[in-house]
Design a protein around this ligand. Sequence first.
Ligand SMILES: [Zn+2]
Length: 277
Amino acid sequence: MNRKYQMKSSIRANNKNIRRRRRLIGFFTGVILALSLFFIGQALLIKPAQPAIASNASAAAQPAKPSKSTASAVKGASTVLPQDTATKSPEGGDWRLILVNPKNRLAADFTVKLTKLSNSQSIDERCYPDLQKMMDDCRAAGLHPLICSSFRSYEKQQQLFDNKVKKLVAQGDSEETARKKAATVIAVPGTSEHQTGLALDIVDLSNQNLDESQAKTPVQQWLMKNCMNYGFILRYPEDKTDITNITYEPWHYRYVGKDAAKEICDKNICLEEYLGR
Ligand SMILES: [Zn+2]
């Protein structure tokens, strides 16, 4: 009797243990399941990375600070503006392919992190290494390129435009006519590619005129032949004026990155055609 009772109670205890174990297993399985669902949910909620959008005033309005970079600038000291901002590109796309023209305006609060070159020129710091290499190689070929224009802030572009309007009004034009006329020679603020920090006007030291004679200079001949290898394109070619709506500018170069630059040059298309816009 006693042994039977012992057996029964040990079976009961065993059953109890099994039930407890099952409950524990059930509990932990539930916890693991819940955690898995939580993490899967989180992963699905994470959006693709977007470039940061800066809302500060123009970078040019900020004081420049000496750069820690020891790389020699395009002939001159290098300084980087102290803003922690990224380029705002349309539709969150590739910053190198930003399209700026009269139909695609840049926001007034557009900012870009700049690297300062000589002659108080500055460019988007991300294309600086390629520009430096292009200028170095051009010089190594015995030529004398000179960057005469680069990044321009919205304010600077506005100032240039307003000055032109003022001049025309002083010459007898009405305000409206003056604005229309000014827009044919100076880009309306927000429509100049120079505001992106990705555009440069480069001339030959021996001929600093911004006219078609520039195309014949040794510097332009070299740049037109080689710029794509450094990620630059001649932005306003002679045979694309009906698409760009900008007259031939054999001095205005635009950074688009090496892949795009090579494709654009190989196919003999302009940026608008490349982007299908
Ligand atoms: Zn230009």
